[in-house]
Design a protein around this ligand. Structure first.
Ligand SMILES: NC(=O)c1ccc[n+]([C@@H]2O[C@H](COP(=O)([O-])OP(=O)(O)OC[C@H]3O[C@@H](n4cnc5c(N)ncnc54)[C@H](OP(=O)(O)O)[C@@H]3O)[C@@H](O)[C@H]2O)c1
Length: 353
């Protein structure tokens, strides 16, 4: 039975949820998946960093109420988040990157991924920044070092879209996609349909924990734009940067726009889309669109996400599910580790060739 040693970079909602799962589900994973996970290091801006070659107790990590710099009090600990040392020297097979998403240049997460891959360690991440901005470089680095760079959770949290399109639908020829890729804006649009104005709907989303104190990235489409870049580059072979995608959010939609759509048997949704044109170019956008009620995305309500993949051989295939959530996103990390575990070894590929 395989034990993967993992190092957690960032110990906020997602990586803490992964530790919670490890604390309770390792026996199940041993039985069903053929491996278990052992946390050998953690680094977090607030808590500091710690390396423990034999493994840290996941339950203690989750339940101890560490103060700022609290990892400094542990054996092998420091009050500082020394990411570079942790990533390069911790005896980890896999680096789990779940720090904050920087939409401008992906840093410092891009560096975290580079350090890990150059050290011969696999990377799994839910962070959109390095994937939207540096996926090509990081995938090449992974290949050169014989390791994996996996990022299923960067688009729809634990709801599978990248691996579904690439593995399950291999050969179906994805020609384009359109998706509801931000739960906050979808929730806000739903509440506006129920009669709230934009500001009140955003305030409600904030009160329920769906929207950040600054909701700009969600309601102005900036979060969706990163996801469109990730999907278009991954599924359509594009080479887009975020600034290549035109981006309009939902803040300019008025209650009368919403009512007019309802009268016309339609509904506004914030749609991120990309399509490969006949000449091979890729057209993509983020914009509110009025969908007819029969459209596969029109019935996706609340904070749920969905993507319709337009394929040559199957037509439209829609996957829908949570697009956020601590445990849901930690599941994406597990699914990445399952993919690493199940990948044929390079030696096997050579023997088969
Ligand atoms: N939560 C979701 O539903 C979800 C879904 C999909 C994708 N994601 C992505 O997954 C990543 C993690 O999300 P999350 O919800 O866990 O975020 P979070 O709760 O804000 O946690 C991020 C943690 O990383 C720490 N951190 C920030 N910069 C760091 C650095 N340079 N070195 C070490 N630690 C650092 C933060 O410390 P401080 O608090 O001190 O800054 C925080 O503890 C983000 O990129 C997010 O966009 C999240």
């Amino acid at each position: 039975m395989k034990i993967y040693n993992i190092a957690l970079i960032g110990f906020g909602g997602v990586n803490r949820a992964l530790a919670e799962l490890i604390a309770t589900k390792n026996p199940l994973w041993e039985r069903d998946l053929g491996f278990s996970l052992n946390i050998v290091a953690v680094s977090d801006l607030y808590l500091g960093s710690v390396i423990s070659p034999n493994g840290l107790d996941a339950k203690t990590l989750v339940e101890a109420n560490f103060e700022k710099g609290g990892f400094g009090g542990l054996s092998g600990g420091s009050a500082e988040a020394d990411n570079e040392t942790i990533i390069k020297t911790a005896p980890a097979d896999i680096i789990v990157e779940a720090t904050y998403t920087n939409p401008a240049d992906g840093q410092p997460a891009v560096s975290h991924c580079r350090w890990a891959l150059n050290s011969g360690k696999h990377v799994v991440t839910t962070n959109k920044g390095p994937v939207a901005i540096a996926a090509q470089e990081l995938k090449a680095l992974a290949e050169a070092n014989g390791v994996h760079f996996e990022y299923e959770g960067s688009v729809m949290s634990g709801t599978p879209v990248i691996r579904m399109a690439e593995k399950t639908l291999a050969g179906a020829e994805v020609k384009g996609f359109e998706g509801i890729l931000n739960g906050t804006s979808n929730f806000v649009l739903g509440r506006m349909e129920n009669g709230l104005d934009f500001a009140s709907a955003v305030a409600e989303a904030q009160a329920l924990g769906y929207a950040e104190a600054d909701p700009t990235a969600d309601v102005e489409g900036l979060d969706v734009r990163l996801k469109v870049v990730i999907l278009a580059n991954e599924l359509l072979g594009a080479n887009l940067k975020p600034e290549d995608v035109s981006c309009h959010g939902i803040s300019k939609l008025s209650p009368s726009d919403i009512q007019a759509a309802a009268k016309a048997n339609g509904r506004w949704k914030l749609i991120g889309s990309a399509v490969r044109n006949a000449d091979g170019t890729i057209s993509c956008s983020v914009a509110p669109k009025q969908l007819p009620l029969g459209h596969p995305l029109a019935g996706v309500n609340g904070a749920t996400n969905a993507v319709s993949l337009n394929t040559e051989l199957l037509g439209s295939v829609t996957v829908t599910g949570p697009g956020a959530g601590r445990i849901e996103t930690a599941y994406a990390l597990l699914s990445d580790i399952v993919a690493i575990h199940n990948a044929p070894s390079p030696n096997f590929a050579k023997e088969a060739a």
